[in-house]
Design a protein around this ligand. Structure first.
Ligand code: ADP
Ligand code: DP6
Length: 324
């Protein structure tokens, strides 16, 4: 009744931003990501008949009550599915900064879904695991898989056609992602809250939904043709459109800091010099740069001259979940 799973984070090239059903984590749009090799979570779940309640050790310490409640709510789904009313001890270690826009919730819930399902004896396909992980955090549905992954929004009210799937293997196109850290402090507006406020109040949200359909078509063409310029242009524009919706929300908010903008401007300046770098930003101040292997080093050298840059993590496209 014990299992350990390693799951990697992912970075959305086309963002998931908005839910059509909050309880089931059903999104308003398809999204597309690459799984990252550098950042991951390792989670062990053990169901023990003797336990009177769930226990959660997060990054080596007993977790706060609110984190334990989230984990228990997730485990309730697993217990109901397996029809085994047993509590669990969960130990999770993030090899990624938590709640700072590095997608810890994606690797965290992908690892928890797979480890808890295995530990309780459920035999789920990767598609079913993706649907389970989704109900912990939407972006986690994509982290079950390696390589290039698309999360289908589906249209059924019960979420039965809403899952992620791999669209291209990781070695089929070797892109690099530089994760540029300007701060690791937890953000003020979590993604969940931010997207909810945007859906409910931002007049720009309708424009986002229209634009994202076009961006998906364009990025899939770029991936099929291995056209990096086209991919980069779509990725950067899609991230900017997502962030634009937050400015129209009530109350308005933004994930960028001045350091974020400095990095964005440096990327645009690199392009003016003929170096193909494109940025994307999740719900946080840190910036990810998508590039080709031959330009990775020169982009690194230029970024490390910026005083606001604390660290640059070099990522390749990574694998899906593994059972340890
Ligand atoms: P991030 O940018 O890190 O994904 P989010 O706001 O999307 O930030 O999610 C952060 C939240 O995800 C944390 O507050 C926590 O509730 C959850 N989380 C992160 N890592 C784990 C983990 N290893 N196991 C379970 N939950 C996790
Ligand atoms: C900006 O998956 O963290 O990173 O489903 O509420 O847990 P919840 O949100 P989450 O949101 C991710 C938002 C994003 C874009 C993306 O990863 O697609």
């Amino acid at each position: 009744m014990k299992a350990t799973v390693k799951a990697h984070t992912n970075i959305a090239l086309i963002k998931y931003w908005g839910k059509r059903d909050e309880a089931l984590f059903l999104p308003t749009n398809n999204s597309l990501s690459v799984t990252l090799d550098k950042f991951y979570t390792i989670t062990t779940v053990e169901f023990l008949p003797a336990l009177q309640a769930d226990e959660f050790y997060f990054n080596g310490e007993l977790a706060e009550e609110k984190e334990l409640m989230k984990i228990s709510a997730f485990l309730d789904r697993v217990r109901a599915n397996a029809k085994k009313p047993m509590f669990a001890c969960v130990k999770s270690q993030n090899h990624v900064p938590t709640a700072a826009g590095f997608a810890s919730s994606a690797s965290g819930y992908a690892a928890l879904a797979a480890a808890s399902a295995k530990a309780i004896g459920l035999q789920l396909t990767d598609r079913e695991l993706s649907q389970l992980a989704r109900q912990g955090s939407g972006s986690a549905s994509r982290s079950i898989f390696g390589g290039y992954v698309e999360w289908e929004k589906g249209s059924n009210a019960d979420g039965s056609d809403c899952y992620a799937q791999q669209i291209l293997k990781k070695d089929a196109w070797d892109l690099r992602i530089l994760s540029v850290e300007v701060t690791t402090k937890a953000k003020k507006v979590l993604s969940r809250e931010g997207m909810k406020r945007t859906v409910q109040t931002s007049p720009f949200f309708a424009g986002w939904l229209e634009a994202v359909e076009q961006d998906l078509i364009a990025i899939k063409e770029a991936i099929n043709e291995r056209d990096f310029t086209k991919l980069g242009q779509v990725v950067e524009a899609n991230a900017l459109k997502m962030h634009a919706t937050t400015l129209g929300a009530n109350p308005p908010f933004m994930y960028w800091q001045s350091a974020t903008v400095e990095v964005m401007q440096e990327v645009q300046a690199l392009r003016e010099k003929g170096i193909e770098a494109y940025f994307t930003i999740d719900a946080g101040p840190n910036v990810k740069i998508v590039c080709q292997p031959e330009e990775e080093q020169v982009i690194h050298e230029s970024l490390e001259t910026l005083p606001v840059v604390q660290q640059i993590h070099h990522c390749r496209i990574g694998p899906g979940i593994t059972y340890l």
